[in-house]
Design a protein around this ligand. Sequence first.
Ligand code: FAD
Length: 385
Amino acid sequence: MRTQVAIIGAGPAGLLLSHLLAAGGVESVVVETRTRDYVESRIRAGILEHSSVELLKSVGLGDRLTREGDEHRGIYLQWPAERHHIDFHDLVGRGVWVYGQTEVQKDLGRARDAAGQEVRYDVRDTQVHDPDDPYVTFTVDGVETRLDADVVVGCDGSFGPTRSVVPGRTWERTYGYSWLGVLASVAPSTDELIYAWHPDGFALNSMRSPTVTRLYLQVPADTDIGEWSDERIWDALATRLGHGQDGWKLTRGPITEKSVLPMRSLVQAPMRHSRVFLAGDAAHIVPPTGAKGLNLAVSDVALLAPALVALVREKDSRLADEYSDRALRRVWRCTHFSWWMTTMLHASGDEFDAQLQLSQLRWVASSVAGSTGLAENYAGLPIGF
Ligand SMILES: Cc1cc2nc3c(=O)[nH]c(=O)nc-3n(C[C@H](O)[C@H](O)[C@H](O)COP(=O)(O)OP(=O)(O)OC[C@H]3O[C@@H](n4cnc5c(N)ncnc54)[C@H](O)[C@@H]3O)c2cc1C
């Protein structure tokens, strides 16, 4: 097989890249280890920055998003006995959208179907060869296939094989805690997300739709999910989110999914080696506190697609040569913001740290300078930032 761009991974980065390349007249083939059903039902992110939404709308992927998604003006920041609304619209003139990654994934899948995109799901043994004249091998039902391409892009997430063929430096930070995330079939108890600092640990009250609530608890890194019954989860959420405070109530409901999500930061640089490129989680991981992982996947491929169109169609390598530096500028901004939100909101077990966190939260919530910084980063900087 031969194509212009071989894309490894059919997550949001891979499918959106194939969509943007097709709009620029470049063909691609996508290979993915999981089944389509699995990829489309994987519960992960749910917040889209302003610039991600604008991009999706501009390429025909915004209809269901704007119909079924929910636009939020800002977030609540909370600590015991206090809750403050940070209004992004008032501060920086833009907000965010709540729209599950599962839905973004389905919209992308349908759009690629309509365009006749070739996506090979359920492949095994994917390998990338010869970065100067690249090709990909994989097996389907035990039969090996070779896919030659002008360019290979690794959109294969944090555990995919492509990162290992891009030499460079990796920066990594692990945190001493994880998130226990749950989905519950109950209407959200809040109109916008609540980020809660609490001496027992951080909690986040988020949502996916008018009938589905998404909630997170800070838990120790080695947590066994079997130790967290539904009742224990709801009790901890009620305490940390302030059930009963100023009449606010956390409504409980059936928990339909629960998982433990490790927290780490990772950046790989450069994001290119010869004719092999990286995009999304394949090149960087952020802890989810800043809601940046999915948005970085979108911004990477928004920068990469025009670069590859120029490279493949015009043999013009200028944008491709700039891609890694341009993408990393935004990656490091989001990496810092995600680290900053994480360290401001999670209990470290150190009482001095706790006082510093509370002081910082009071400053962010009460000062225009403090809240504007949070709003600008959370609602998202322009894709070319
Ligand atoms: C477990 C998990 C939970 C998360 N939860 C949250 C959350 O609650 N909130 C939040 O804001 N963010 C969350 N994130 C972050 C966010 O979902 C990611 O940043 C986003 O999915 C990145 O998109 P991507 O396309 O770069 O990578 P991915 O979505 O990971 O897609 C990569 C794709 O490559 C495929 N692949 C891997 N190896 C191979 C191979 N060898 N051959 C072919 N295909 C391969 C994978 O199956 C996958 O489909 C979570 C991430 C993970 C991993």
